[in-house]
Design a binder for this molecule. Structure first.
Ligand code: NAP
Length: 241
């Protein structure tokens, strides 16, 4: 059995997820590159290996239960446990998608990936995470998810968004419930706010690099045993719900 921490990052073939994989690999983890597209997954794994990361590919579509179950089986057969799960895969959906213009189908699609997908992956990976002596779960949230920031006059959070922002708010709410259920275990679960990062998600309009955006998720994934659980964090510390 590997002594190195075993990590899985969903949506790790590009953007912030790729850099989370690189950061965890640089910290000594064996990293599963979760991605639905085979070619992009293979390319990311090859690039990470060239950079010295002990990476392996994990076929995974967070909206497909059979694919996530197969991913859990692969990790079980290979390592018998999982130490770090970073639920990074996400979509913007219609953008900005004002609430008065969002179709029910578009809203459902965003929720299916950004919220249901996280629950699906987390619950199917939990048996493996429970076998770790100190498991960490990190969900990629966003400052736009914060109801406090959204309702504070003068806080600049980008355009009004009827699907993406609420999906991340719901993800925050779900995370709090996981933290309550998992309190008393060695599993910590926290949400990360990467900032405004230049990736495909926003047409590369973001102002920080994917590597900078990945830093908070990497930090939360490597939290020591006296670290927090059930929180929302960015590089500067706690973000209000
Ligand atoms: P990105 O470059 O578009 O990457 C998104 C990743 O998610 C891709 O690897 C994509 O895979 C994957 N993905 C989407 N749907 C999937 C599915 N059903 N199954 C498996 N993988 C799926 O976006 P990003 O900016 O790096 O976003 C990463 C995370 O950070 C997201 O959760 C996003 O909401 C969050 N975030 C981003 C920002 C920002 O400013 N960029 C800010 C706050 C939070 P494919 O290549 O196959 O599409």
């Amino acid at each position: 059995m590997s002594e190195q921490p075993i990590a899985l990052v969903t949506g790790a073939n590009k953007g912030i997820g790729y850099e989370v994989a690189a950061g965890l690999g640089g910290a000594g983890c064996v990293v599963g590159v979760g991605a639905r597209d085979g070619q992009r997954r293979d390319e990311a794994v090859a690039k990470l290996r060239t950079a010295g990361v002990d990476a392996f590919g994990v076929a995974l579509d967070v909206t497909d239960t059979a694919s996530v179950a197969a991913a859990a089986q692969l990790i079980d057969e290979r390592f018998g446990r999982l130490d770090i799960l970073v639920n990074n895969a996400g979509i913007a959906g219609p953008w900005p998608g004002e609430p008065t213009a969002v179709s029910p189908e578009a809203l459902r699609a965003v929720l299916e990936t950004n919220v249901v997908g996280v629950v699906r992956v987390t619950n199917l990976m939990l048996p493996l995470l429970r076998r770790s002596s100190r498991a960490r779960i990190v969900n990629q949230s966003s400052h736009v998810a914060s109801l406090t920031l959204q309702t504070t006059p003068g806080v600049e959070l980008g355009p009004v968004s009827g699907a993406y922002s609420p999906s991340k708010t719901l993800l925050n709410a779900v995370t709090i419930q996981y933290a309550k259920e998992l309190s008393g275990t060695t599993i910590k679960i926290n949400n990360a706010c990467p900032g405004y990062v230049a990736t495909d998600l926003n047409g590369f309009a973001g102002t920080s690099t994917p590597e900078q955006g990945a830093a908070i998720a990497v930090r939360l994934a490597l939290l020591p045993d006296d670290g927090p659980t059930g929180g929302l964090f960015d590089d500067n510390g706690a973000v209000p719900w």
